[in-house]
Every structure is written in structure tokens, then in C-alpha cells.
Design a protein around this ligand. Structure first.
Ligand SMILES: [Zn+2]
Ligand SMILES: [Zn+2]
Length: 395
């Protein structure tokens, strides 16, 4: 069977995470997105493990169920050089043991624990426990593995189980790096809130015998990932090189000449787009035979928000989102599978937007410097001035 899985999210215990990131809120929201399997996130946090135990039923072989949603234990860990790693864990006993070895027992510790372990040391440690490990959002400029290393083997010394692409990259970008031809790619949401434009905004379709840790491991190790679903990469907040203070998009070469300082005095962060071009071996992607299709997504709530010119978490937008999802089953069905004429019957303003999303004719002002990209239709008013790329003349 094909299982839609999002392995990387955060609980209410992570910094900058919503207090609503609780199992009881995640489970119904994940179902409406079209997921069958969700990573718990933060599985080295003792308080979060208590909540998982209290609010789920253990189905065996690493799967914890709540309200019809299956969960597997996952976490993100910060290691040496502030690099982020994603770990998928066989069961709660192992999560507790690793948590004791890696993290303070203090329940106030961050859900995403900070450690000083190198990639290689972390890999050695978690392999003892049969966990799966790979770099989180591998190309991002603050905490992605490739910000510090030109090769994945310099970080881990051995082959990791997967590479998480992150919101600002896709398969077409990553397959320009020849060493990555040996790795399966994961696309996960890294959600910090259960809102439908965050949770499940990226996910993977895995071919599995059943939903269990053994089947997840088998699927990742034997190229049974059948599709990656992910944001159009220029919607990601680190896609382009940009200032982290005023969010101006800046030509990377100009930024380098100016020692990564913006005219406003802010720091400039290298975009994923440019970082990949630095480490790329090919001008065009060369996909290995096993590489699955990559399906580009845009959060439906953001499309609605753009069309109706209302905030994404407003009652209007969430009401329309709910109506569409109730009519067609899941967000993925609305975005990708349902006939436009049927969507037209529910909401005649949204149907053309979904059609133009499917045709790839929606414009995006690219994200960068920590600001998400912005969806734009032809009739949308002019973009805000600071989002325009600038040149040397602007200094
Ligand atoms: Zn991270
Ligand atoms: Zn600036």
C-alpha cells in the first residue's frame, strides 16, 4: 500500500512552536491533509514522550495511534556546528534511552535538543539502536549540513539513510549534486503549528507492506519512496540569497563583495538556490533511476488567502478550506485530483486559482532571508517593494 508520511514536525516543546502542537490536534489535521503517518517530532523530550504515551495506543512495531492517525517516533537534533539532523526511532523505550544519553533529563529542555555531537558521532550512536538518520533541510544557511560541508561524507564519514531536502529545495535542484545520487530524498513539513498550511505541506508517499517501523525502514533503505510532495521551492524562506533584516533579495556575488552585509546593515544569508549551484556537479539535474517523481505543492489555505485577500488563519480562509476539504476528502484531493468543474460548484473564485496552480502558471515572489515566498496572481496588486531583487546600485 501507498502511505503518505510526514516525518519531521515539532511538538509544543520546541522553541517557536505552537502550544497547540499536541497529538490530539495533529491527528485530525494530518488526516484532512491526506496523510496516514506522521512523525511525532521531539521524541527525545521526556515531557513530550509522556504526552505521546498518554494520548496514543501502541499498535506494535513502533507505531502509536490516535484518532485514526498513526505516529512514528522522530526527532530533530542539533549537533556540532549547529547542524540539524532528523532521526527516526524504533520505539519509545529506545527514544527514552537515547534521550537519557544525549539530552538533559530536565523537562524544560528544548524539544529540538542541542548537543555537541558531530554528524559521524550521532550516526554511530543512533545506529546502535537501529534508528534511521539523515541531515535535516540539508542546504539551508543556518543549520543545514551543506552550510558547513561541501560533501555529506565530510559530515557523517559514512552513508546516512536519507537526505531531507527542506522546503527551499526539490529533486530537480538536489540531483545536480552527483554524490546525492546514492541517497533517497525525504520531503517533510518541519511544521511548528497544526494549521493546514504548515502541517503536511511536504510529505512522502512510501510503498509499504503495513504501517510499522520495520516497513518504514525497509521502504527508505530499498527505494520504496514512490513520490515526494513538496512546496514549489521558491516559496521556501531560504530559497534566495537575502537580507535577514529587510528581506531584500540580493545577488549572491554582490552580497559576497559586500561581506554578506545588506545596505540596511542587516546580515545577508546565502540562499539554497545559490548554495546548491556552488556544490553542483551538473548544470542540469541527473536523476538516478530510482528517484521518484516530485510533485510540487502550494498550501491550499495560502491560495485561498491570496484569492480572497484575507489572512491565512482568518475564519473566512479556514472556512473555505474546510468546505473544500469536506467536499473532496483531503487537501491533496482538492489541489491535485478533483475535477476543476466540481471545485467550481463549491467555490467559483478558487477553482481558477487551483487550475492555474496545476498548470504551473501562478507567479511567486521568491522567499529568502527567513521570509516565505509570496503567491501572486496576475490580478494581485504589485508586490511590496522590498521583495524585489536589488543590484550593486542599491548600495
Ligand atoms: Zn531544523
Ligand atoms: Zn537589509
Amino acid at each position: 500500500m501507498l502511505v503518505n508520511a510526514d516525518f519531521h514536525i515539532h511538538s509544543c516543546f520546541s522553541s517557536a512552536s505552537s502550544k497547540d502542537m499536541l497529538i490530539k490536534n495533529m491527528a485530525p489535521k494530518a488526516k484532512l491533509k491526506g496523510l496516514q503517518l506522521l512523525g511525532t517530532g521531539d521524541a527525545f523530550h521526556p515531557g513530550w514522550l509522556d504526552i505521546i504515551e498518554e494520548s496514543t495506543t501502541y499498535l506494535g512495531d513502533g507505531i502509536y495511534e490516535s484518532n485514526g492517525m498513526d505516529f512514528v517516533l522522530t526527532t530533530e537534533v542539533e549537533g556540532k556546528h549547529r547542524i540539524h539532523h532528523v532521526i527516526i526511532i524504533p520505539n519509545i523505550e529506545i527514544a527514552r534511552e537515547l534521550s537519557d544519553r544525549l539530552v538533559s533529563k530536565n523537562k524544560l529542555v528544548d524539544g529540538r535538543p542541542r548537543t555537541n555531537y558531530s554528524g559521524a558521532e550521532l550516526l554511530e550512536l543512533v545506529r546502535e539502536y537501529d534508528c534511521l538518520i539523515g541531515p535535516a533541510h540539508a542546504f539551508t544557511p543556518w543549520t543545514g549540513m551543506y552550510k558547513s560541508y561541501d560533501s555529506i561524507y565530510d559530515c557523517y564519514e559514512k552513508k546516512v539513510d536519507f537526505v531531507e531536502l527542506g522546503l527551499s529545495a526539490d529533486t530537480f535542484m538536489a540531483d545536480r549534486v552527483s554524490e546525492l545520487k546514492d541517497f533517497p530524498f525525504l520531503t517533510n513539513s518541519d511544521a511548528h503549528s497544526p494549521w493546514p498550511h504548515r502541517l503536511g505541506r511536504e510529505f512522502n508517499a512510501l510503498e509499504m507492506e503495513d504501517i510499522s517501523f520495520s516497513s518504514i525502514k525497509y521502504a527508505i533503505k530499498h527505494n520504496k519512496i514512490k513520490a515526494n510532495y513538496g512546496l514549489v521551492p521558491n516559496l521556501g524562506k531560504y530559497h534566495m540569497t537575502a537580507c535577514i533584516k529587510c528581506y531584500k533579495l540580493i545577488d549572491p556575488l554582490v552580497a559576497k563583495e559586500n561581506k554578506m552585509k545588506c545596505g540596511c546593515g542587516g546580515r545577508v544569508k546565502k540562499g539554497v538556490d545559490y548554495r546548491i549551484s556552488e556544490i553542483a556537479d551538473y548544470a542540469e539535474p541527473k536523476h538516478p533511476d530510482f528517484r521518484p517523481k516530485y510533485v510540487h505543492l502550494m498550501p491550499l489555505a495560502e491560495l485561498i488567502s491570496t484569492v480572497y485577500d484575507k489572512g491565512v488563519t482568518t475564519k473566512t480562509v479556514q472556512g473555505i478550506w474546510q468546505k473544500l476539504v469536506d467536499s473532496f476528502g483531503t487537501e491533496i484531493d482538492v489541489l491535485i485530483n478533483s475535477p476543476i468543474c466540481e471545485i467550481m460548484n463549491i467555490d467559483s473564485k478558487i477553482a481558477p486559482a487551483i487550475e492555474s496552480f496545476r498548470k504551473g502558471t501562478i507567479n511567486v515572489i521568491p522567499g529568502g532571508g527567513g521570509k516565505y515566498g509570496q503567491i501572486l496572481f496576475d490580478e494581485t496588486p504589485e508586490p511590496k517593494k522590498e521583495a524585489k531583487p536589488i543590484t550593486l546600485d542599491d548600495f
